[in-house]
Design a protein around this ligand. Structure first.
Ligand code: ZN
Length: 136
């Protein structure tokens, strides 16, 4: 289990506050463009695909698969307990995010594994990570 110093989390901004609030309620939001319909993460003021400023927060089911992963063997800071897994997860609803994989021996993860979002407490906040969607 990785332990975080809550001070390492970014402070919510006008742009990101809705996303953080949803995480606190264990809901995963993503930006969806009103012009081209595509979704993206991390939060940006304009669509990263077509530069439209017209977009909305929508809720994601948080289901997807591992696109790529790496196991970090040496903790970069004392707040982290190694080994831990950093991954790009492709969500079924058409976007991807850089995240952590949790709840399994780090060496057992493979590209293509089905995952589901979960939310881990970090101080007073909750931060999304992904766990196996397959029953153990
Ligand atoms: Zn767009």
């Amino acid at each position: 289990m990785t332990t975080y110093d809550p001070a390492m989390l970014p402070a919510p901004t006008e742009l990101t506050a809705p996303w953080w609030s949803a995480c606190d309620g264990q809901r995963l939001l993503v930006q969806e463009c009103g012009a081209c319909g595509q979704r993206w993460f991390t939060p940006e003021a304009i669509c990263i695909h077509c530069t439209s400023p017209v977009w909305a927060w929508v809720e994601s089911p948080g289901a997807g698969h591992v696109y790529s992963l790496t196991v970090v063997q040496r903790a970069p800071r004392p707040e982290f307990e190694a080994p831990y897994v950093i991954a790009v997860v492709e969500l079924d609803d058409g976007w991807s995010m850089l995240t952590n994989l949790v709840g399994r021996d780090p060496g057992k993860w493979q590209n293509g594994d089905r995952v589901q979002v979960t939310f881990r407490p970090v101080g007073a906040r909750r931060v999304p990570a992904f766990e196996s969607a397959v029953a153990a």
